[in-house]
Design a protein around this ligand. Structure first.
Ligand code: FAD
Length: 386
């Protein structure tokens, strides 16, 4: 095993770290507006760190999954970092999906302007109960065959970025009689299509990024056959292809947040005294720091391994589930410990820890709750054991 990163990747990692330190973190105190995003993206282009995951011919850095892992962690040190580098969810996952599975016309219509930052997207799969949630095969949104295309009807929610999105990647059941894995189809739906309605932003803990987490209604939304990604019946398969690497990139970005939380906590522990010595000299504080460091190191190795497998052609379904459970739970604990070490300061708005804390909780739920990934992991293990 060779753990050595190439010299160009080390140089890029350090350049991204410097960019985040000098340009992104100072912008955290500003209001989050489209103008700020454009400004940061222009600076990212200038610094040669824009679009790490995007193909070179489309203006990106063309990194493989391992390179993305290294760079996304640095970008993730600030919630603004992935936005500045144009590698934040959900656009990053949608760009990956379209780059690999859209046809030429779809790439021209959606992918190119998405990459340029001229439009935004959302991914609409989850539905309010009794529809699709942890179990996507419970999907109730239907697309009926009509002359020249399809008519989509149903309700989705928690579509991140839906408020102001220009198109939705939407999954709907097209053949209810097919087996449960081939019933659905993936559609590209411009949000100005008649019948499509943004209902509301669901109020959530945290809530960074563009466009919140939207509830959207499809009321007989007509789309042509050309709106289908791949072919009819491939919806769940494509959703899994989109979500597998997206789980990993979530882990990568969250590792950056965790690293920063550890740094904030250790700085405080080295300055602040209690009971005659610095907090950092108390063993219980040292143990919290050590536990966080151990969990972050394990997270990094796990994600790097899955990234390497992915770069070498594996589907990484099993590995991405393992990473998703471990990293989501580890990062929740790491941020919680950082808050604890910082005491009242940790729950104040004077450090980013309160933002990290509110935002990280949902990571144990989105892209599959821990319980569902554990179920999948266990099934895989049981299958391979005689
Ligand atoms: C911040 C945020 C952003 C999101 N962004 C998007 C998005 O962009 N697009 C999108 O389509 N969706 C999105 N989601 C939705 C997310 O993917 C779902 O919340 C997730 O799939 C779980 O579905 P559910 O919330 O309906 O939970 P439910 O299906 O209602 O499950 C509730 C709980 O039951 C437990 N459970 C479920 N199944 C099992 C099992 N087999 N064994 C044991 N326990 C189980 C779990 O603890 C789970 O948390 C987002 C969610 C959040 C919170």
């Amino acid at each position: 095993m060779d753990f050595q990163l190439s010299a160009p990747l080390v140089e890029l990692r350090d350049r991204v770290a410097e960019f985040v330190r000098n340009e992104v973190i100072p912008a955290e105190s500003q209001e989050f507006t489209p103008a700020l995003v454009q400004e940061l993206r222009a600076k990212a282009r200038h610094a040669g760190v824009f679009g790490p995951q995007l193909p070179r011919e489309l203006g990106g850095l063309g990194l493989g999954t391992v390179g993305m892992c290294v760079v996304f962690e640095q970008a993730g040190r600030s919630f603004l970092g992935p936005v500045a580098l144009h590698c934040s969810a959900p656009d990053e996952g949608n760009m990956h999906l379209l780059a690999h599975h859209a046809n030429d016309a779809q790439r021209k219509q959606y992918l190119e302007p998405l990459i340029e930052g001229k439009i935004r997207s959302c991914f609409a799969m989850t539905e309010p109960a009794p529809g699709a949630g942890s179990d996507p095969t419970m999907m109730m949104t239907r697309a009926e065959r009509v002359d020249g295309g399809w008519e989509i009807t149903g309700r989705k929610w928690f579509a991140t970025g839906a408020d102001g999105a220009d198109f939705a990647v939407a999954i709907a059941v097209t053949d209810p009689n097919a087996d449960r894995h081939h019933r659905a189809t993936m559609f590209l739906v411009p949000t100005n299509t008649p019948g499509y309605r943004f209902v509301r932003n669901v109020p959530v803990m945290g809530g960074h990024g563009f466009g919140g987490h939207g509830e959207v209604d499809f009321d007989h939304v007509r789309v042509p056959d050309s709106a289908i990604v791949g072919k009819a019946g491939d919806g769940f398969k494509l959703a899994m292809i989109r979500l597998g690497p997206a789980r990993l990139t979530h882990c990568m970005r969250w590792m950056g947040v965790a690293q920063r939380a550890i740094e904030i906590a250790t700085s405080y522990a080295k300055e602040r005294a209690a009971f005659g010595k610095k907090l950092a000299e108390h063993q219980s504080i040292q143990w919290m720091i050590a536990d966080s460091e151990i969990e972050l190191h394990a997270s990094r190795l796990m994600v790097l391994h899955a990234a390497w497998e992915h770069e070498n052609g594996s589907e990484i379904r099993h590995e991405s589930s393992i990473c998703k459970v471990f990293v989501a739970e580890a990062v929740n604990r790491i941020i919680d410990r950082a808050v604890q070490i910082c005491g009242a300061l940790g729950v104040s708005g004077d450090t980013p820890l309160d933002d990290f804390y509110r935002e990280v909780r949902a990571f144990r739920i989105y892209d599959g709750p821990s319980e569902v990934h554990r179920m999948v992991i266990a099934r895989n293990v049981l299958k391979r054991t005689s």
